[in-house]
Design a protein around this ligand. Structure first.
Ligand SMILES: Cc1cc2nc3c(=O)[nH]c(=O)nc-3n(C[C@H](O)[C@H](O)[C@H](O)COP(=O)(O)O)c2cc1C
Length: 349
């Protein structure tokens, strides 16, 4: 199944492997480099590539050396990447990631913002090292729609840059999931409180992207019940039931395996379009395997995303096809280093 084709929106994917979004922290002044173009182009046999998190506006930058897509220069730099992937026959979505309270003034040049003035009990990266997350400035009611619209503006710019679509990052404790949560969001206006209030920001951000580039080019990533970066979702199954009902019929939802199988299957059944499952979820001890992917396809997923396995194995599709051994991931070179980026070759027969 993994190696069969799939129609996603207007795209025909040659296989069901998705390269999961992975921050690699190698951008220069917010711009991806020519090496980044090589990195993604090397992985163009994936059914779909989803890039690392890309901030839709300056205040949304979560960490150092992460790329943006809100200036003309950034758009031009991304065009080199999308051209390289397309030249190799691939398809690529940009992951739009607004850090919200996960960020630091030394990184973004702005004080981070969030649903409420509540710091995450977790650390953030700065150029000087790791430091506790600061208390964000709570967005006023008048400011929230502008942050949702930033996803629409960035989606338009992503298409200008040659991307096939965008994925909104609604997972892993960044701004969208902060609004979804019952702890980071203590708002008393229409963006907080009840489930209806807490899903509003996610829905408006998706609608802004749909208005900008069309529903068939938009997806959203979700980590139901995921707790990274100090997230609590106290009414978790109902929260995601309501969210899935309220979202427009976009190209896909990309769900991390952060809930039990039963709940994941319920979400699958409740969602009308493509369902991408990330079996690895929240960076467990092992990278995703072909067997896990096949199991989830049999359970009703349409596409399977692989993160760490894609770092060391640019030809992951071919390795799965031929049953070749995989290069294990090396945490030491996940971020910033020159090594460990474009120096993993395809399998040497
Ligand atoms: C180095 C690294 C960076 C990551 N950056 C992102 C990111 O920018 N956006 C995101 O949604 N997930 C990010 N993730 C999570 C992965 O997309 C994926 O969900 C996770 O690694 C589990 O899948 P795996 O077992 O296949 O690696 C990152 C993971 C790693 C290892």
């Amino acid at each position: 199944m993994l190696l069969t084709s799939y129609r996603l929106g207007n795209l025909t994917l040659p296989n069901r492997l998705v390269m999961a979004p992975m921050t690699r922290a190698r951008a220069v002044d917010g711009k991806p480099t020519a090496t980044t173009a090589t990195y993604y182009a090397q992985r163009a046999t994936a059914g779909l590539i989803v890039t690392e998190g890309v901030h839709p506006n300056a205040v949304g930058q979560a960490g150092p050396f992460m790329p943006g897509i809100h200036t003309d220069e950034e758009v031009e730099a991304w065009r080199v990447v999308t051209d390289a992937v397309h030249a190799n026959g691939g398809r690529i979505f940009a992951q739009l990631m607004h850090g919200g309270r996960i960020g630091h003034p030394d990184v973004a040049g702005h004080h981070p913002v969030g649903p409420s003035a509540i710091a995450a009990k977790s650390d953030v990266f700065t150029t000087a090292g790791i430091t506790p997350a600061p208390v964000p400035r709570a967005l006023t009611s008048a400011e929230v729609p502008g942050q949702a619209q930033a996803f629409g503006d960035a989606a338009r710019r992503a298409v200008e840059a040659g991307f096939d679509g965008v994925e909104l990052h609604g997972a892993n404790g960044y701004l969208i999931q902060q609004f979804l949560s019952s702890n980071a969001n203590q708002r008393t206006d229409s963006y907080g409180g009840s489930i209806t209030g807490r899903i509003r920001f996610a829905v408006e951000a998706v609608e802004a992207a749909v208005d900008a580039i069309g529903a068939d080019r938009v997806g959203i990533r979700l980590s139901p019940g995921g707790e990274v970066q100090d997230i609590v979702e106290s009414d978790m199954p109902q929260l995601y039931d309501a969210l899935l009902k309220a979202l427009p019929d976009i190209a896909y939802i990309h769900v991390l395996a952060t809930a039990d199988d039963e709940l994941l299957m319920e979400l699958r059944k409740a969602w009308p379009t493509a369902f991408i499952l990330n079996p690895g979820g929240q960076i467990g001890p092992h990278e995703g395997t072909r067997e896990q992917g096949e199991r989830w396809l049999a359970n009703g997923a349409d596409l399977i995303s692989y993160g760490r396995a894609y770092i060391g194995n640019p030809d992951l599709v071919e390795r799965f096809r031929l049953g070749l051994p995989l290069v294990p991931t090396n945490r030491e070179t996940w971020f910033q280093t020159e090594a460990g980026y474009v120096d993993y070759p395809s399998y040497q027969h």
